[in-house]
Write a protein that binds this ligand. Structure first.
Ligand SMILES: Cc1ncc(COP(=O)(O)O)c(C=O)c1O
Length: 455
């Protein structure tokens, strides 16, 4: 790509493209000029480790040869509306069901994650005849009206006043919990008691579903305490409520298992997915229905649909992407290199600005604070998207990019979620860049020695 082409792209972008979650006048997007594996290069030919797999989807890395090949083969397959059966759609559904927990039976394909969640709400309402939907604070479920209403943080505010019957409950967040629990199990019991009480007060026979991200992702990779998810399952089963796990971010190997729920001894009633199913090479999402939920629709009309449900091109890319997970042992690699990452994260605790580190597989967050003792967050709640006048998180993320470590942050957490093809050596190289950036940030921005005032 030459300079004139790059300038044209930037000019057209500024003039014609609306960018998500931003004041348009301040948007200055990078142009990716080339990419390979875990790396991309920007318009200055600056090489970056893609440490968030774009938006936590590029699990097989940039420009994977097998996926590029799969694109060539789609030309041979006729495009077909959802009412038709196609080889890519049926094969992909089979691959997904076989990789999912044992009780899962069928897939309804959507275009992405948000509409997968919208459909899971509709399916739960149809299958139970109930209308209330529980979801958690500190969750993100997507930007459509339905998924926006499920979302438990400030990205929901624009779709309010929201949908009646959508109820929020707390996510266990032990780092910021003010109570002192003697064990993770004790913490789980506390949060489950509160959830139980909310279920009773909302009327269990009116609640269709409890939605949760098994490990909330963009809200800071909040690992559930021991026994918590199983406890939610037990409460749902007791009251005939469907448990729906949003695995849009955690699914397809991100945590070291195909689905994050497979780390735990329970099975949800539905799983929503997107991103990693095609490694983001083509848009696709969906809902996996358990045998029981799927069977309900044998004799009841499945009263919903989408023009592109099971789109041939996306399904073909999905099949190729899922084959790569197996052929290249990406789940195993995520567990192994995730272990290396976890070690490096532990070492970050020596920094004054690091409050907490959390990870599972190749899914991690570093939570930054202004003060380790008081845990004052580096950025107050609701101050993303340029609202924070100090701009501290933004400065840190920009410094990381400058060092060649590309990622994004939400509130005070920096997300680390590289492609699942990363090697142990590359994890170490990238984390060296992270440490260099953090050291400079502390010395020059956050705690500069010369700001000590002498009275
Ligand atoms: C957990 C979760 N659910 C849903 C979504 C929404 O997915 P999409 O942007 O494909 O609609 C996201 C997006 O990041 C997500 O992280």
């Amino acid at each position: 790509m030459n300079e004139a082409e790059i300038t044209q792209i930037q000019q057209d972008d500024r003039q014609y493209v609306m960018h998500s979650w931003a004041k348009q006048a301040y948007v200055r997007p990078t142009v990716i000029t080339k990419a390979k594996g875990i790396f991309f290069w920007d318009e200055r030919d600056h090489k970056c480790y893609d440490m968030c797999s774009q938006l936590v989807y590029l699990n097989v890395g940039h420009r994977h040869p097998k996926l590029l090949e799969a694109f060539k083969s789609v030309g041979e397959i006729p495009l077909a509306a959802p009412a038709f059966a196609t080889a890519p759609k049926s094969q992909l559904a089979r691959k997904i069901v076989k990789a999912a927990p044992e009780n899962m039976a069928k897939v309804f394909f959507t275009n992405g994650g948000a509409d997968a969640n919208d459909h899971a709400v509709k399916i739960a309402r149809m299958a139970t005849g109930r209308y209330k939907i529980f979801s958690r604070y500190r969750s993100y479920h997507g930007a459509t009206f339905g998924a926006g209403n499920l979302t438990g943080e400030s990205r929901r505010f624009l779709v309010e006043p929201g949908i009646p019957g959508f109820v929020k409950f707390e996510t266990p967040y032990l780092y910021r919990e003010t109570l002192d629990f003697e064990s993770e199990e004790a913490a789980s019991a506390f949060y489950l008691n509160r959830l139980h009480s909310q279920i009773l007060y909302e009327g269990p026979d009116q609640i269709a579903a409890v939605f949760l991200e098994p490990v909330p992702g963009s809200n800071g990779v909040l690992i559930p305490p021991k026994g918590y998810l199983e406890g939610v399952r037990e409460l749902c089963s007791r009251y005939g409520i469907l448990m729906i796990c949003d695995e849009v971010m955690t699914g397809f190997g991100r945590t070291g298992k195909m689905f994050a729920v497979q780390h735990y001894p329970f099975e949800p009633d539905m799983i929503t997915f997107a991103k990693g199913v095609t490694s983001g090479y083509s848009p696709l999402g969906g809902v996996i229905l358990s045998r029981d939920v799927a069977e309900y629709f044998d004799e009841h009309i499945f009263l919903t649909g989408l023009t592109y449900s099971g789109h041939t091109v996306s399904a073909q890319i999905g099949c190729a992407s899922m084959d790569i997970y197996q052929e290249e042992n990406l789940l195993e690699n995520a567990r192994e290199t995730g272990g290396v990452l976890a070690e490096r994260l532990k070492q970050l605790k020596k920094f004054r600005a690091v409050g907490d580190v959390r990870s599972i597989g190749l899914f991690a967050a570093v939570e930054l604070v202004k003060d380790k003792e008081t845990k004052e967050p580096l950025q107050a709640y609701g101050m993303d998207y340029g609202k924070d006048p100090s701009g501290l998180m933004k400065k840190f993320v920009a410094l990381l990019a400058e060092k060649g470590f590309y990622t994004y942050s939400h509130e005070s957490s920096v997300i680390i979620a590289p492609p699942l093809i990363i090697t142990a050596e590359q994890v170490n190289e990238a984390m060296n860049l992270f440490e260099t950036a953090l050291r400079e940030f502390e010395e020059n921005v956050l705690f500069p020695a010369n700001t000590l005032t002498v009275k």
